[in-house]
Design a binder for this molecule. Structure first.
Ligand code: MN
Length: 240
């Protein structure tokens, strides 16, 4: 009996090693779990379901196979794949979750997030996020021809890359105050997220209570995933 959580695979054709690792993970670990949660940045880049190629369809096919074997699959958007839509989800047999998402694993209420909403010191990024995640903007983005969307994605990526080098570490990590505020808002003591690629289990005290923040890792080269069983939470390598 277990629930597995993964994030930040950044799947793309140029990294067959990561794709291979993911497929081994599906075969070796995921097929025995009751639910798989993918907490964002599953794909390195997503410009729309209509741009899916063989690579994306093949990943969807493998997820669908897992779903048909009885594992429930949930997907949350990351900052790189926030335009994943219904077409992909139907192909992959997964359900899209909003960010943040409050749920319960066995007897534990938990809050799930990709994690980028917690990096509040990166004001530039949060401004852009608010703009591009606005439903109206998303609606018009989806109407743009594919080549315009690809050009826009390349531009945003170049901007983010040129800024990343100049940003101090604490800006690209979560802001402690944002973590506390989110946990208080949802009245929950467990938070699971990815995005920062800094896998760890953090313990902190909020209003006199011990709360835990689980951070998933990226897949460079082997993912750090979170396994939840009725007896607890454990970070472990995706393979082996
Ligand atoms: Mn991310």
């Amino acid at each position: 009996m277990s629930i597995l959580l993964i994030a930040d695979l950044h799947l793309n054709e140029e990294r067959p090693d990561i794709t291979e690792a993911f497929l081994s993970f599906l075969k070796d670990k995921a097929h025995t779990c009751e639910a798989l949660y993918i907490l964002g940045d599953f794909f390195h880049l997503w410009v729309g379901d209509d741009a899916m190629g063989d690579f994306e369809k093949n990943i969807a096919k493998h997820l669908k196979k897992l779903a048909e074997q009885g594992t429930k699959i949930y997907l949350m958007h990351g900052n790189r794949d926030f335009t994943i839509g219904k077409t992909f989800c139907q192909l992959a047999g997964c359900k899209l979750l909003k960010d943040p998402f409050l749920t319960q694993f066995y007897r534990y209420p938990v809050l799930l997030s990709h994690g980028d909403i917690l990096c509040t010191k990166d004001i530039d990024y949060q401004k852009k996020r608010r703009f591009y995640r606005n439903p109206l903007v998303l609606f018009f983005l989806k109407l743009l021809p594919l080549r315009r969307r690809l050009a826009l994605a390349a531009k945003l990526r170049a901007q983010s890359k040129s800024k990343k080098g100049t940003k101090p570490e604490e800006i690209t990590d979560v802001t402690p105050e944002a973590v506390v505020a989110l946990l208080e808002k949802y009245k929950v003591q467990l938070l699971i997220h990815g995005h920062t690629h800094r896998p760890a289990i953090h313990e902190l005290t909020v209003n006199g209570q011990t709360v835990k923040r689980f951070v998933l890792g990226d897949w460079e080269p082997n993912g750090m995933i979170l396994k939840v069983t009725p007896t607890g939470f454990q970070l472990e390598p995706a393979i082996g």
